[in-house]
Ligand binder design. Structure first.
Ligand code: SF4
Length: 278
C-alpha cells in the first residue's frame, strides 16, 4: 500500500525510479515532497523545474506541474515561470554539475537578482548520469573518470557562492539529517527571494566506488558523524570544525524580490509614469 506521501505527491505510474540502490536522490526528493506537504501548499500553485542529471529525474516522478529542461538551464526556465505568474511556488531540483558548472552563470545572476524561487541542490560531488566525471564540488585530491590522478581543483561551496552572489537565503542540508533538511527546504520555500539549499547527497555507484567510500550505508553514516547542526557549530573551534559539514542556515537576509520589483515598474508604466518618476 503506497504511503500518503507517495499518493499525494508522486506519479505512481512512473515508479519504481531508475536511481541506483542507495542513491541519495530519493531521500532528497522525499524531503522536498514532505516540505510541500508540511506547508500545506496548494499543489496547483507548485511548479517543479529540473535540469539534466540523475537528480533532475525527480521532476518526472513528482505529481505537480513539472518541467525537465536542458542542461544547466533550470534556473532561467524557473525565472520565466516566476515572471509569468509570481504567485507560483517555483522549486528547482538540480545537481552540483548542472547548477554550478553548466548553469553556473544562471545561478549567480538569479541569485544577484533575488528571483523568488527555491533551488534544492542534490550535491553528490560528481557527474553521476554521464559516468562519473569530476564536478565543481568534487573535493581536491578525489577521483573521477576525468580525474584519474586526483582532482587538482578547489571545490565550490555552492551555498556560499550563491550567497556571495546575492541569494537572500542560503542553507546546507544532507541526506542523513532528514528532518533538519526538510525544515530548511520549508524555510526556503517560505522565504520571499532567491533561496538555495545545498544538500550533500550520496552517489555510491560513481563517487563512492572511485573514492573507496564503502557502501551506501557507510557513506550515509559518514554524513551522520560529519554533519554538525549550526547551533552546535557555533560553539566549536575552527579545528573542531575541520572536515565537518555544518547543517543549517548559512545566511538569511531581506532584500526586495525581483518579480515584485518588476511588478512595480509595470504598475508605474501602466499609470503613465516614466523610469525614475515618483
Ligand atoms: S549514478 Fe550515482 S547519482 Fe546517479 S542514480 Fe546512481 S548512485 Fe545516484
Amino acid at each position: 500500500m503506497p504511503s500518503v506521501l507517495i499518493k499525494n505527491n508522486m506519479r505512481e505510474e512512473h515508479l519504481p525510479h531508475i536511481w541506483c540502490p542507495g542513491c541519495g536522490n530519493g531521500v532528497l526528493m522525499r524531503d522536498v515532497a514532505s516540505a510541500i506537504d508540511n506547508l500545506g501548499l496548494d499543489h496547483r500553485k507548485v511548479v517543479i523545474v529540473s535540469g539534466i542529471g540523475c537528480s533532475s529525474r525527480a521532476a518526472g516522478y513528482m505529481d505537480f506541474d513539472t518541467i525537465h529542461t536542458t542542461h544547466g538551464r533550470a534556473i532561467p526556465y524557473a525565472t520565466g515561470i516566476k515572471l509569468a505568474d509570481p504567485e507560483l511556488e517555483v522549486i528547482v531540483l538540480t545537481g552540483d554539475g548542472d547548477v554550478s558548472a553548466i548553469g553556473g552563470n544562471h545561478l549567480i545572476h538569479a541569485a544577484r537578482r533575488n528571483v523568488g524561487m527555491t533551488v534544492v541542490v542534490f550535491n553528490n560531488n560528481i557527474y553521476g548520469m554521464t559516468g562519473g566525471q569530476y564536478s565543481p564540488t568534487t573535493p581536491r585530491g578525489e577521483y573521477g573518470t576525468t580525474a584519474v590522478y586526483g582532482n587538482i581543483d578547489r571545490a565550490f561551496d555552492i551555498a556560499a557562492l550563491a550567497f556571495g552572489a546575492g541569494a537572500s537565503y542560503a542553507a546546507r542540508g544532507d541526506t542523513y539529517h532528514v528532518e533538519a533538511t526538510t525544515y530548511l527546504i520549508q524555510k526556503g520555500i517560505l522565504h520571499k527571494g532567491f533561496s538555495i539549499i545545498d544538500c550533500a547527497s550520496i552517489c555510491p555507484t560513481y563517487y563512492g566506488r572511485k573514492n573507496k567510500k564503502g557502501s551506501a550505508v557507510d557513506m550515509l553514516m559518514r554524513q551522520k558523524t560529519h554533519g554538525v547542526m549550526a547551533e552546535h557549530a557555533e560553539k566549536m573551534t575552527p579545528e573542531q570544525l575541520q572536515d565537518k559539514q555544518v547543517i543549517g542556515v548559512l545566511a538569511h537576509t531581506n532584500y526586495p524580490e525581483f518579480t515584485a520589483e518588476y511588478q512595480k515598474i509595470k504598475d508605474g508604466l501602466r499609470g503613465g509614469k516614466k523610469d525614475g518618476q515618483k
